[in-house]
Design a protein around this ligand. Sequence first.
Ligand code: NCD
Ligand code: ZN
Length: 470
Amino acid sequence: MTKVDYVIRGGQVVSPTATIHASVAVHEGRVVAVGEDALMPPAAEIIDATGKFVIPGAIDSHVHFRTPGYDYKEDWHTGTGAAARGGVTTVLEMPNTNPPTGTLEALRQKQAIAKAQALVDYGIYGLLDENNIGQLEALIDAGVSGFKCFMGNTFGDLPAPSDGAMLEGFEILARRGMRCTVHAENFSIMARRQAQMEAAGRTDAQAHLAARPEVCAIEAVSRAVIFAEWTGARLHIAHKSSGDALYLLRDAKRRGVDVTVETCPQYLLLDTGDMKRLKGILRVNPPIRDPEHPPQLWAALKEGLIDMIATDHAPHSPEEKTRENIWKCDCGFPGVETQMPIMLTEVNNGRLTLQDYVRISSFNPARAWGFFPRKGAIQPGADADIVLVDMAAERTIDQGSLFSKSKITPWHGRKVKGLPMLTMVRGKVVMKDGKILAEPGWGKPAVQEMPAPAPRNTHKTSAAIVAFKG
Ligand code: NCD
Ligand code: ZN
C-alpha cells in the first residue's frame, strides 16, 4: 500500500456543522481521507494532534502587504510569514501599493514579487478606479481574484472613482462574474469635515472619528448595493465597523443581491474608550466606533448577516503610528498574525462556537471568493490547508515578537487563550510552534472558480448603448 505523506492523528476535526474525533490523511498536498484512525493508510509521518482541534486554515480577504512601494512597512515574506504564524493559509492582498495594482504592468510586478516571496497561498486584488475601466478585463485575464474600489480616502490616497466609472466597472465585473470589494465611506463628506476640523485646530484622536461619521458608511454601502443590484456584480463590503448600515445589507441579501460582508476583530472588541488610550496606534479607516456598535456586529456575525472575519492587516512603522497630531498618523495596523488567537479567545469566552469560527474564518470566505471546495473545508480532495489549534494554550500578545515588520499593535499586552500551533499549506508544514518552516515561494495563487456570472440590465450598460446604432 502506498504510504501517504501525513496522518494527523488524535485530534477533533471541525467544520461549520460538526466536530468529530477523526484522523486526517494528507498526500501530495491534498486531504485524501478523514475518518477512523484504524482505517487510515500508512503514513511517512504521523502528526500527533491529541488534545487539539484540527481546523481549515483561515482565509483572510483583506491584507495589505505594501510591496511594491512601501517595503519598509511590510513585504510578501514578512506578511505571509505573519499569516502562517497566525493560522492563515490564504490571503487576498490589496491594491493600494505604489504603483497601485490598477494596470497589467503593476499586476505583473506584484505577481512576480508574490511568487518569489509568499509562504502561504494568495489572491491579488486589482484596483477599480476612475482611469482603468478599460483595463479591468485584462486584469481579470491575468489572474486577479477580485477588485477593490476605494469609495473613500484611506492609506495610499487613491482618489475615489466617480459614480459613472464605478457603475461602468461593475457592469464589466458583472459580465465576468467577479466580486468587487468596496471601502465603503463617502469621500466628500469626510474630506469636508476633516478640512473643517483641521482649520479649527483639532489634532486629537477623537477628531478622526468625528470626521468619518457612520452616515459616510451608510451612504456608501447603499450606493454600492444599488450599483451591484442593478448590474448583477458581486459585492463585498470590507471592514464593516458600525451597526448602522446592517439593515441595508439584510434587505439586499433578502432581495438576492450577491453581497458578502466582513468585519474585523478590532470592530468587534475595541471602541472609542480604547481610542482615548491608544490614540494614533488605533487610527484606522473606518474608525473604531462608540460602544453601542460592537454588540450589533456580534449579533450580525452570529446571524450570518456578516459572513466573515478579515483583518485589514495594515502595517506601518511605530514612528508613523505615534505622532502627536492625529492627522499625521498613518491609518491601520497589523492583524493577520493575531486574528486567530484573539477570536479563539472569544470562543473560549463563549461568544462563538469553534464551528462558528470555522464558518466565518474559512468556509464562508472560501465560498465568497470561489476557492471552495479546494479550500475552506477539511475533506477528501481539498487542499491540505490545515491548522492545529490548542484551545488551552495561553499567551500575552507582544508586539516586539510579531513576524510582521510592523512592531506596533493595539493588541499589545492582550491576554489570549487558544493558539494555532501548526499551520499546513497544501500539505507542507509552514509553521510549527511559532517557527516558520517553509521557503519563500511555497505560496501559490489560490485556484479560483467563481459561480456563473449573473449580469443584469445588460442592454443598458455603457458598452451596449455605445454599440447601439438605432
Ligand atoms: C488601510 C491601509 O493602511 O492600507 N488602512 C486602514 O486604515 N484600514 C487601507 C484600508 O483598508 O482602508
Ligand atoms: Zn479600507
